[in-house]
Write a protein that binds this ligand. Structure first.
Ligand SMILES: [Zn+2]
Length: 113
């Protein structure tokens, strides 16, 4: 389950922030997750709960914001929306589309006390 290492990476960022800003508890964590990426939101929540046990982020609510997929079509040279990984271009139906968005996992912000 690669969500485990992803959430460990997020926890690293949270702990780093906690040292820098001096907060002791995280109430809510907002994550941007690409809609057509490899990350499964349910697995992410499960792993986050497991990984943050005993840390400043223990019990924090995880708010997952889904970010839409997009790609660049080499056939008609346009940016197109993508609803699936390796999807076709919405304009010309071409398959030579390079994904440019929708695969990210980013810590957007968090509520701390
Ligand atoms: Zn196209």
């Amino acid at each position: 389950m690669h969500e485990m290492s992803l959430t460990e990476g997020i926890l690293d960022i949270i702990e780093e922030e906690s040292r820098r800003r001096g907060f002791s508890r995280v109430r809510k964590v907002r994550l941007e997750v690409g809609a057509i990426g490899h990350v499964e939101p349910h697995a992410l929540v499960f792993c986050f709960d497991a990984v943050t046990r005993g840390t400043v982020a223990e019990g924090a609510e995880l708010d997952i914001i889904s970010t839409p997929g997009a790609g660049w079509c080499f056939d008609c040279e346009k940016s197109t929306a993508l609803t699936e990984r390796f999807g076709a271009c919405a304009y010309c139906g071409g398959r030579r589309v390079q994904m440019t968005a929708g695969d990210e996992l980013r810590l957007k912000d968090m509520e701390v006390e």
